[in-house]
Design a protein around this ligand. Sequence first.
Ligand code: HEM
Length: 223
Amino acid sequence: MINGLAQRLRAATKELHAAAERAGIMPDLLRGQLSRQCYCELLRNLFEIYRALELALTARAGDPALAPVVFPGLFRTATLAADLDILWPGSWREQLPLQGATHLYVARIEELSESAPALLAAHAYVRYLGDLSGGQILRLIVTRMLGTRQGEGTSFYDFGSDLEVAEAARVLRAGLAALPADESRETAIVAEALDGFRMHERLFVELAQRRDRALFTACPATD
Ligand code: HEM
């Protein structure tokens, strides 16, 4: 059963979730039709977002307004680095570019860490509950798309067995319910989660524009 803030977040973000699924590179990813380069660019950008988020969650873990949703066992920075080390045969930190949306997202997380750590809960919801839900569908698609051996280059999606994934989602929702948030704080967390979805949508669009530009310039002129 989902209660309180978790229920509110789910209802409020439903529309933007659907929009994010349709944005930019996402439909191709869902069809398993993203090039390895484009997929690695997505991971590179996610790496930067998770790095900022997980640094902030760690720095603010002692804040009772945030502590119930800080679960280092869910952290993804190391898995993203491990996947990129396998999938990108080069120096991915330097070779794969960061998008404007990522810079904005990182700046927002750093700002919250300084001035409103309680709102980082919104980003823990957007990312980790997403990874524990839709991420588990993407895991199969991406494994097939990359043509790698089972589990190779897809540790980002690995949270253990199905039972462990369900338990982690339950515990995260319970953490959201345990936040000492009054009505106005809850409203602010929901607004922040909506912005989190919008920033993802923007990132997916920017990655698609970059891919399409690269395709266009790679095509020889026909006239
Ligand atoms: C192609 C992309 C995606 C697919 C196929 C997908 C699919 C799903 C599915 C099937 C669920 C479970 C819904 C339910 O329990 O009723 C879910 C939940 C969720 N997804 Fe996604 N998703 C995608 C992209 C995203 C993105 C980009 C984000 C974040 C920016 C995200 C964040 C979430 C969150 C936070 C939940 C939990 C909703 C809740 O129960 O409160 N998803 N997703």
